[in-house]
Design a protein. Structure first.
Length: 80
């Protein structure tokens, strides 16, 4: 059975890949979103898509610089 974090990480990568037309393998790794050629508008689009997909609200004060940041927040927000 797959690790829930790994599954969530792959889902977020696939969401970003489809949204921004970037190959999933280019998004993996420790790079930040800006290092993948994304700008602030792209990051806002990604945050909005993640919020819609996972039915969460990511507050403005939560730093989102990487896919890990998104996954970490999603994990914390879905833990009951």
């Amino acid at each position: 059975m797959a690790d829930p974090r790994t599954t969530l990480y792959k889902e977020v990568i696939n969401l970003i890949s489809r949204l921004k037309a970037i190959a999933p393998h280019k998004l993996s790794g420790p790079k930040g979103l800006w290092e993948n050629g994304l700008d602030i508008v792209d990051v806002v689009d990604i945050i909005l898509a993640v919020e819609k997909r996972y039915n969460v609200v990511i507050p403005d004060e939560i730093p989102v610089y990487s896919i890990d940041d998104l996954v970490n927040y999603l994990q914390l927000s879905t833990v009951r």
